[in-house]
Write a protein that binds this ligand. Sequence first.
Ligand code: HEM
Length: 153
Amino acid sequence: MRSSALVFALVIGLIACGGKGKAADTTGGDPPAATLYTRLGEKPAIEAVIDKFLSNVVADARINARFAHLDAGGVARLRGHLVDQVCNATGGPCEYKGRNMVESHAGMNITEDEFNALVEDLVKALDELGVPEAEKGELLGALGGMKGDIVGK
Ligand code: HEM
């Protein structure tokens, strides 16, 4: 009698453990996919990309006149907005506080060639910093979606 009670207790114990094991198993399986923000290298990497990108834009005779009106404070403001925008769009913890893309570029009549030139300057920055193809493609895809709000406004 005593031994069957012991077996019963053991069986209940094993079932309980099995149940617990299953419940705890929610942490098993594939880890959550890392955001593009994380894979890019978080905020310092995004700042480095934007800094290189802006220096490429300044050196790009196809589009630099568009930014010629900006003084140092204006460039710093634009830089901050771009960092926050890319950080936010890639899943990072930043809040973009600038104007939306239609408002930002309203009345500028930006052409498709100018848009492509700016994207080329960004690609150059990403290549110069060794950003891998997959991450580069994802970032360009996210920004490419803004084209309709920027060109011809
Ligand atoms: C995906 C492409 C682009 C993105 C993500 C982007 C993003 C931005 C952002 C975040 C701002 C600041 C908004 C604010 O101040 O509230 C801005 C402003 C501006 N952008 Fe763009 N832009 C893009 C394409 C272009 C192109 C192609 C040009 C011209 C060649 C351009 C020229 C400007 C200019 C001149 C300003 C205003 C700067 C100022 O006066 O403060 N942008 N853009």
